[in-house]
Design a protein around this ligand. Structure first.
Ligand SMILES: Nc1ncnc2c1ncn2[C@@H]1O[C@H](COP(=O)(O)OP(=O)(O)OP(=O)(O)O)[C@@H](O)[C@H]1O
Ligand SMILES: [Mg+2]
Length: 205
């Protein structure tokens, strides 16, 4: 039983193919959410930070799922005040780049030779997995079942951590706990460093 984990972060998209619990293929693509934001900045002629805000608030991976009359307001370079931009246009920009990322992921999966061994399909995580519509886009482009991976059975900062952006970090911590890794060596504040013999010659007696 195999599954592909696709972690779409800001600067990179990390792909890991798991089969029977072991990683058989891993690759990092130099693309991710920042590329989506760049495209929004260029497409809407807005500053990068505005583009990032707009992407997070109104972004969608599927233009056909956005109502025609939905309008987003944004400051545009060279224009006074705010401009009205159809949300569908924003979704076209964001969706096109997300689609390209999934095409690259699919190419990697095929290149790995494990493409026939992935009945469990794709699990998406990373901040960009929060983009509405991304699950359906992934399924349509890659022709594999897709789900969004979210940390489960959390205690503590549940609201913050219960999101795909934290799935990898929480997963790594759980792995560490599960495998009972050796604890880091504790160093007390007054722990005296052992001075190498050769260095002692240079120190005041
Ligand atoms: N609701 C959202 N919709 C779309 N994109 C989002 C949303 N929330 C966060 N992102 C994007 O997710 C990206 C950050 O994801 P994440 O926190 O997983 O990255 P990272 O682990 O810090 O970066 P990397 O893995 O590339 O080193 C940013 O590009 C951000 O714009
Ligand atoms: Mg990351």
């Amino acid at each position: 039983m195999g599954v592909v984990l696709v972690d779409i972060g800001g600067g990179t998209t990390d792909i890991a193919i798991f089969i029977e619990g072991a990683i058989w293929h891993a690759v990092v693509l130099p693309t991710g959410g920042e590329q989506l934001t760049n495209d929004v900045a260029v497409g809407l002629r807005t500053p990068y930070n505005t583009a990032e805000d707009i992407k997070i608030k109104y972004g969608h991976a599927l233009p056909q799922a956005v109502m025609l009359e939905e309008i987003v307001k944004a400051e545009v370079f060279g224009e006074e005040g705010q401009q009205q931009i159809p949300r569908q246009f924003l979704a076209e920009i964001v969706g096109a780049r997300a689609e390209e990322i999934f095409e690259l992921v699919l190419k990697e999966i095929k290149r790995s030779g494990y493409d026939g061994l992935l009945p469990a399909g794709i699990v998406l995580c990373g901040g960009t997995a929060e983009l509405p519509g991304i699950r359906d886009l992934a399924r349509d482009v890659m022709g594999l079942p897709a789900r969004i991976g979210e940390p489960q059975n959390l205690r503590g900062l549940v609201d913050t951590l219960h999101s795909p952006a934290f799935a990898t970090t929480v997963g790594l911590l759980e792995w560490g706990v599960m495998h009972d890794l050796p604890k880091p060596v504790q160093q007390s504040a007054n722990h005296s460093l052992k001075v190498p013999t050769w260095l002692k010659a240079f120190l005041p007696g």
